[in-house]
Design a protein around this ligand. Structure first.
Ligand SMILES: [Zn+2]
Length: 219
């Protein structure tokens, strides 16, 4: 796809989503950028991301699925011990309408239980798979003590784009307070790790810094 059209499409997608989705965080109101990683944990990426973030002194939020947190509790612990926030990203990454209200609630509860069991911390933020949630499920999230977190800059990096294109797409969407979404995938390991380092450098080149949503979520 033409790069300009892709950039416009990503912006329009966010604007449209912001109009129709229930309230949640679309940016970090403290003004700093915030890095988030969806879909892990995976042994191929998570420990290396933790190492890279440590080297670069960046705090991030990892939105883990319950399924993966259950498989790799030691990775959940690694991330929390490194000072990052872990959020809930559903149990098995289903589109929210694919489950009944009660199944949706149970899947979130189960995910929180696995994350807490592994790390001692219960998530206070939730990111819906595919960025989509309805009002009644949003109330369930809130009743469970979690805030919804959406996104500011998305690269659709679950596909193999190459790190240069991932960074280019993110760069086009950067503003003060942007919540950046990157994806952990088993297949695109080097893209994920390389893009993360390059995005961090690019954000700083633009004069922005990083902060943690965790500060906001506890307000
Ligand atoms: Zn996801």
């Amino acid at each position: 796809m033409d790069k300009v059209i892709c950039d416009i499409r990503l912006k329009l997608l966010r604007q449209a989503a912001r109009k129709v989705l229930p309230d949640g965080y679309w940016e970090n109101h403290l003004g700093d950028c915030h890095l988030t990683f969806d879909d892990g944990p995976f042994p191929e990426t998570t420990p290396y991301l933790a190492e890279l973030l440590f080297e670069k002194s960046v705090g991030a939020t990892f939105f883990f699925t319950g399924e993966n947190a259950r498989k790799y509790p030691e990775l959940v612990r690694t991330v929390v011990e490194a000072g990052h926030q872990v959020g809930n990203h559903s149990y098995s990454h289903l589109f929210c309408y694919a489950e009944s209200q009660e199944a949706f609630r149970r899947s979130l509860e189960l995910t929180n239980n696995y994350i807490e069991e592994a790390s001692g911390k219960r998530p206070v933020v939730y990111r819906p798979p595919f960025g989509i949630i309805d009002k009644s499920r949003a109330l369930t999230v809130e009743a469970m003590g979690m805030k919804l977190v959406y996104w500011g800059a998305l690269a659709e990096d679950w596909q193999a784009l190459g790190e240069v294109e991932v960074v280019r797409r993110i760069d086009k969407q950067l503003e003060p307070g942007t919540i950046i979404v990157l994806h952990e995938t088993e297949k695109n390991r080097s893209q994920c790790l390389n893009a993360t380092g390059m995005v961090i450098d690019r954000v700083r080149e633009q004069g922005f810094e990083f902060d943690a949503i965790a500060h906001k979520a506890h307000d």
